[in-house]
Design a protein. Sequence first.
Length: 199
Amino acid sequence: MERKLQRLAKSMDHLERAKREEEVPLIEAAYKLKMAEDEQYHTTMQQQNAEKHRQTWETNVEEKKRLAKMTADKEEFAAAIVSRRSEEFEALRLEREERINELRALRRAEREIARRRAYVRRLQQIEDEARAAAEQEERERIEEEARARRAAEQEEEEKRRDEEDRARRGRYEPRRDGSGEAPPGRFEPSRRRDDRYDD
């Protein structure tokens, strides 16, 4: 049995080898055909690409010629746009400068108003301080005059009382020189040292 299998395997190897030997020419022919087809395809694609490039180049040339005719109009249009933009820019610049000048003038006016208000406040403060000082001085003067008047009145009152006291003492008390007057309603003769009628 084993020998049969070996003989069968050997005959299958011979058959496979013979099959491969028969397929070699077919494979080579198929390869050559494939190469020829690839070369033809490559040649065709090159021709098509060259045709496309030529057509594109011709189209670009025609477009360039057409645009060349419009160059003058394009430059004129561009110049008009640049001029208009320049005018707009100049107008905006002038407007901006005018606004800046207005803002500067407004700020100067605000600073001037603030300065004048500060000056007025300072003058008012000085005036208030001077008025307060004058009022204080006037109050002190009035108080001093009142104190002086009260002192004078008090002094006058004391003088008047002293005079009244002296007057009362003068009426009721004899003088030391014996010349005092007697109180009303009573007669008292003055006594002298050389009175001859002395006991």
